[in-house]
Design a protein around this ligand. Structure first.
Ligand code: PMV
Length: 356
């Protein structure tokens, strides 16, 4: 669908730089079919502070095939080179000009190293956008902004499913769904439905419970859904949850929204616990944090909820008006349960930006 439609390209040296944020899913993608096709639709909001800054340099290849060097925080990183080389090979049909180029990638994340925050969504979306800029420059193709972003999202999806949602700001969906017009399995789509103003002030305090690598990767977790006894029902529930979410977004029902978001997070982890082999990504501190959040909500009545991604960290979801109260709560009640990395205050963001 996004195969290149040009026949000639130049190899003039150049560079492109993008800053792309991470995202956090409200209704989760967990399980895939075919080649990076989600087993169910998902919807997320794009963050602001947690982002990857990537500069891609290119020049005509010197050897028989194109090469790649990757620098993370100024240091060559061969582990990521292997990952990115695999990604470049997978997207080669969409970007045939890659075979004629040597690439150097300089990348850094705004969030701390080994904090347990996955950089795949921000990293892969930043790289996909830089590659689309490369293509635009070397082929002098004229593409609408909409097509450019759609292609970047399509490519990002091949690198990491959830990365396709990071190409856009605000609320973003991915995966076909009856009541999400234009939504696709192949790329993310900005959510255009009615959204109450309260959701413009969505906040996410990322509580870093456990620093370091998780025991089971998302790739393995997605794969285990093929044999999960609850998979069929789960995929239906994801559709139902999106249908339930849309009116909550429209009316500004923050408690209905938060309850649905927590239900989704716990279902994601229940799927991990019921996979064969089963696994747990929670830590005792994750559960302790969740219980404190529930107690705080009961005591104050504030719309303070949580979600989880595929890891032990807890994302505290709240709204701008409650920022001070939530920070005071984190400082007094939660901080002792967190790793030495502490927490990151983030919020719903505008999406990636190209840096001149
Ligand atoms: O994009 P992946 O393969 O890292 O999987 C992401 C899975 C979740 O973060 C758990 C859910 C989601 O929709 O982002």
């Amino acid at each position: 669908m996004f195969e290149a439609n040009y026949h000639a390209w130049s190899t003039t040296p150049g560079s492109s730089r993008w800053r792309s944020p991470s995202n956090i899913a409200l209704v989760k993608y967990w399980g895939k079919t075919g080649f990076q096709i989600p087993a169910n639709p998902s919807i997320s909001f794009t963050l602001d502070a947690c982002a990857t800054d990537t500069r891609l340099h290119w020049q005509a290849r010197k050897g028989a095939v194109g090469s790649l060097e990757l620098y993370l925080d100024g240091k060559r990183n061969e582990k990521f080179e292997v990952k990115v080389n695999k990604f470049l090979a997978a997207i080669q049909p969409q970007l045939p000009l890659l075979t004629d180029l040597d690439l150097v990638l300089e990348t850094s994340n705004s969030f701390p190293h080994s904090s347990g925050i996955a950089s795949s969504a921000s990293g892969m979306s930043a790289l996909a956008l830089a590659l689309c800029t490369l293509e635009a420059q070397l082929t002098e193709q004229t593409m609408t902004q909409e097509n450019f972003l759609q292609k970047a999202s399509f490519l990002a999806r091949i690198g990491s499913g959830s990365a396709c949602r990071s190409v856009y700001g605000g609320l973003v969906s991915w995966g076909q769904h009856a009541t999400l017009p234009g939504a696709s399995d192949l790329y993310g789509t900005p959510y255009r439905g009615e959204t109450h103003a309260v959701f413009h002030s969505l906040r996410d305090a990322v509580l870093l419970v456990h620093a370091g690598e998780k025991s089971v990767s998302s790739t393995v977790g997605h794969d285990l859904m093929h044999k999960n006894p609850f998979a069929t029902r789960r995929f239906e529930v994801a559709h139902e949850n999106i249908d339930q979410l849309l009116p909550l977004l429209a009316t500004g029902d923050v408690h209905g929204f938060g309850e649905l978001v927590e239900r989704e997070a716990l279902m994601l982890h229940a799927l991990m616990m019921t996979s064969q082999p089963y696994f747990l990504l929670f830590k005792p501190e994750s559960v302790a944090v969740i219980e404190k959040i529930w107690a705080f909500r009961k005591q104050t009545g504030l719309p303070v909820y949580f979600t989880l991604d595929a890891g032990a960290n807890v994302h505290l979801i709240y709204f701008g008006a409650d920022h001070e109260a939530v920070i005071a709560f984190i400082e007094s009640e939660l901080k002792s349960l967190l790793s030495e990395k502490g927490y990151i205050c983030d919020s719903i963001g505008q999406g990636p930006i190209e840096i001149a």
